[in-house]
Each structure stands twice: as C-alpha cells, then as structure tokens.
Design a protein around this ligand. Structure first.
Ligand code: NAI
Length: 252
C-alpha cells in the first residue's frame, strides 16, 4: 500500500497506460480521478476500481483546455479531498513528416501533449505546495529523448515534456514537489495499433517491428504503471527531474 491515503489524478486514464496506472494506483491504496476525453471509457475504469473495493471518480475533459483543467482540479479537491499525485499521461501521435503536417495538427499535438501538462501544473502546484508537497509524473517517450521517423510533432512535443519536467522540478522542488518523466518504448496499446493505420502498414508487421529490441518484445501497460507507481510513491523520495526510460532496452 505505497499510496495509502493519497489522492491521484490520471489523465488519459481510459487508455492503455492510463488505465493500467489507474488500477495500479488504486491497488496501492490511492483514491483515483480517471480523467479522459472518452467519458464512457473513463467511467468504466472508475467502475472497475470501485468494483475491486477502491475509490475512484471519472471526469470527462479535454486536457488541452484550461477551463476543463480548472473544472477537473476543483472537482478532485471537492470529491477526493485534495491532490497528492498527478500522472500527466494523455497523449496523441500524428505519424507525419514536417512537410506533411498541417499547422492545425501540429497545434493539436502540442495542445494535448505539452500545453495540458503546463495547465495541469499551473493549477495543481499551488494546491500541492499548500499541502507540503506532492509527486507529478509526466509521460514522455523514447522518441522524446532520441527522436524517430515520420512523427515530427510528436517527437518535438515529447522532447518538450522531458525538458519541461526538468524545469518544473527545479522551480518546485523547494516546495516539496517532485516532478519526473516516464519514457516508454513501444507499449501494447491502442496508440500503437493506430500508428500502423496512420502509416498504412500491416498491423502484425508493425507490431513485430516494435518488438525488435534487446528484450525482444513490446512492453505491457502494467510495466509502465509499475514505474509510475514508484515515481509517485515516497520510495522515490530523492528522485526529481529524472527521465526514467522503460523500453526493454530500445534506447540503447
Ligand atoms: P492510448 O491511446 O491507449 O491512451 C491515450 C488516452 O488519452 C486515450 O484514452 C485518449 O482518449 C486520451 N486522450 C487523448 N486526447 C485527450 C485529451 N485532449 N484530453 C483527455 N484525454 C485525452 O495510448 P497510450 O499508449 O496509453 O498512451 C499514453 C501515453 O503514453 C501517451 O502520452 C503516449 O504518447 C505515451 N507513449 C506511448 C507509447 C506506446 O508505445 N503506446 C510509447 C511512448 C509513449
């Protein structure tokens, strides 16, 4: 019970990594706010937690909207009684080069992957600071560290997540707030399948290629969740500003 009595927000909580982390947080004793654009799927995850005896609420929101973030933060404080942990995990990918990317697509990717984290921190940090601290984990990507092909807006946005995490850690460490990024390699979720579709590639072939790394397989959402639980918990009390890579050795 490493998160006993903690109140946690998980954005993108209805997706592959977000759902696994919401369940893992709840299993460690946290009350969880499952935040997602997909209201029904968020409710299903919250219900799954409640059915297992945990505490969870579902909140429908577009995390790129400041009004939605303000509503989410107010609801969580009201309904769960505070905020100790935030997992900024909602994300989208567009598999295009700079030449193929429209300005609208670029702005949308940055809105969801980058602005949302800024907005959440803007509104959550004062609450955590008043409470003596907290832990924020942001989802970067291996491609935020080393780059990748045909995903210019995504790679740029995830690079921003990694460095924004360091800047947040510097600014808010003195307030007892730790901020780290988790950087997955290819994880078996809907996003990966959608990428194959965007690229017009055969799904089985795309997934087989994703498994080409030292551990010889894709990651499972629960393996990212395990790393996030550690970063969220007091077990990582001297860790801040770090970029934890969880990718089966793909970065090497
Ligand atoms: P996913 O597609 O299963 O989940 C993403 C979730 O975010 C979905 O439930 C979606 O509804 C939600 N979402 C999208 N836009 C939103 C918005 N504007 N407001 C609120 N919610 C929104 O994908 P997955 O794989 O679980 O991705 C989670 C994070 O992990 C993302 O940030 C992604 O970039 C990152 N990541 C994933 C990798 C992978 O191989 N699956 C590898 C590296 C990073």
């Amino acid at each position: 019970m490493r998160l006993q009595n903690k109140k946690a927000i998980v954005t993108g909580g209805a997706g592959g990594i977000g759902r696994a982390t919401s369940l893992a947080f709840a299993a460690e004793g946290a009350s969880v706010a499952v935040v997602d654009l997909n209201a029904d799927a968020a409710e299903a995850v919250a219900e799954e937690i409640r059915a297992a005896g945990g505490t969870a609420i579902a909140l429908a929101a577009d995390v790129s909207s400041e009004a939605d973030i303000e509503r989410v933060v107010a609801s969580v404080v009201d309904e769960l009684g505070g905020i100790d942990v935030v997992f900024n995990n909602a994300g989208i990918i567009r598999r295009t080069t700079a030449v193929e990317t429209t300005v609208e697509e670029w702005d949308r990717v940055f809105g969801v992957n980058v602005r949302a984290i800024f907005l959440m921190c803007k509104h959550v940090v004062p609450i955590m600071a008043a409470n003596g601290g907290g832990s924020i984990v942001n989802t970067g990507s291996g491609w935020g560290l080393k780059g990748g092909g045909q995903a210019i807006s995504y790679c740029a946005s995830k690079g921003a997540v990694v460095n924004m995490t360091r800047a947040l850690a510097i600014d808010h460490g003195p307030q007892g707030i730790r901020v780290n990024s988790v950087n997955p390699g290819d994880v078996d979720t809907g996003m990966l399948r959608d990428e194959a579709k965007q690229l017009g590639q055969d799904q089985a072939g795309f997934l087989a290629e994703a498994a080409e790394r030292p551990l010889n397989r894709m990651g499972q959402p629960s393996e990212i969740a395990a790393a996030v639980v550690w970063l969220a918990s007091d077990e990582s009390s001297y860790v801040t500003g770090s970029a934890l890579v969880v990718d089966g050795g793909g970065i090497a």
